[in-house]
Design a protein around this ligand. Structure first.
Ligand code: ADP
Ligand code: MG
Length: 336
């Protein structure tokens, strides 16, 4: 177990600022998810932590000790890459034991630890195969095992589920969560998938264009997004953002109102806001209704029993207590 502190880290590639002045304190035993759209600097951040890239500025500490000048092998960090990066000519057993062999660990101890790791990950029957003879899900397990066997201070995962099909992604996500609980290890997990972030993270760090947008628990990020970017990025579909001037009587300083698609209710009461239905999409479990609220198109998530048709007009309620308020810069305001 270890703490990991990133202090004002930046990484510039010529004109590109991949990571800008990022500070994060990751607690011992915490699973922190770094989430954001493609190109926002997630992989670069992991590579900086691992020592695969040099910092432009800032510092990185593990358990309070500066590591940013250390080569990767001396940082006590194990990384699981998106493409798994297994050695194709080695068996699974040799892949798992490779780092221990490099450290001149005795043969018998390597064998014991390889077997133990394979047992935990349920891949004992694969030990004699080569990566070319494995499915995507099996390769993913071997890659996790190769990190686990080193018993590192910090685990780094770079989109480890993105090459798996949808069903396997769900079950593997579940297994990773259980593995984290079992190992109680400090982990930084990168994904562009906001659902993965919300389900896996003890806390979530949302990034956009190299900058940290919000660091908070999944609940907090979802219910109280720090700004309009986080509001619309997190959630599927994202939070509805409505110009305040659609509601001339109610709002004082807020420029934008935010409300989650599932928080809006349909009503027959003419007191509600007029809503013209543009489209109705069944997703199985529920229905997404898109339509006009004044000049703004919004999405409402409603039970699958919804019966109204495209082209008709109805009324909706926007509960005040579920509303978020944002200022002219897009930052969330405590009160409107
Ligand atoms: P993410 O993992 O969030 O998709 P990356 O960290 O890979 O994003 O990239 C962040 C930004 O830095 C992107 O604009 C990318 O093009 C740029 N970048 C990453 N690596 C390099 C590099 N070696 N040289 C130049 N630009 C890079
Ligand atoms: Mg990446």
């Amino acid at each position: 177990m270890a703490t990991l502190h990133l202090q004002n880290i930046s990484k510039h590639y010529d004109q590109v600022i991949a990571v800008h002045d990022l500070s994060l304190e990751i607690h011992s035993g915490e699973l922190l998810v770094l989430v954001g759209p493609s190109g926002c600097g997630k992989s670069t951040t992991l590579r900086l932590i691992a020592g695969l890239e040099d910092l432009t500025s800032g510092s990185i500490q593990i358990n309070g000790a500066e590591v940013s000048q250390l080569p990767p092998k001396d940082r006590d960090i194990a990384m699981v890459f998106q493409n798994y990066a297994l050695y194709p000519h080695m068996t699974v057993a040799a892949n798992l034991g490779f780092s221990l062999k490099m450290k001149k660990t005795p043969r018998s101890e390597i064998n014991t630890r390889v077997r133990h790791t394979a047992q935990i990950l349920n891949i004992e029957e694969l030990l004699d195969r080569k990566p070319g003879q494995l499915s995507g899900g099996q390769m993913q397990r071997v890659a996790v095992g190769r990190a686990m066997i080193r018993d590192p201070a910090v685990f780094l995962f770079d989109e480890p589920l993105s090459n798996l099909d949808a069903k396997l992604r769900l079950s593997t996500r579940d297994e990773l969560q259980q593995l984290h609980q079992r190992l109680q290890a400090t982990m930084v997990y990168v994904t562009h998938d906001q659902v993965e972030a919300l389900t896996l993270g003890d806390r979530i760090a949302v990034m956009h264009e190299g900058k940290l947008q919000q660091l908070a628990t999944p609940r907090e990020v979802y219910d109280r997004p720090a700004n309009t970017f986080v509001a619309s990025f997190m959630g599927s579909p994202g939070m509805n953002l409505i110009p305040a001037d659609e509601f001339p009587t109610t709002i004082k300083k807020a420029v934008t109102l935010g409300i989650r698609p599932e928080d809006i209710q349909f009503t027959d009461d003419q007191q509600g806001h007029t809503f013209a239905i543009n489209s109705v999409q069944q997703t199985g479990a529920d229905t997404w209704v898109r339509g006009q609220l004044g000049t703004t198109e919004i999405t409402i998530r409603t039970p699958a029993t919804f019966e109204k048709r495209t082209g008709t007009t109805t009324c909706i309620l926007l509960p005040q207590e579920r509303m978020c308020y944002f200022d002219a810069e897009g930052a969330r305001m405590e009160t409107p």
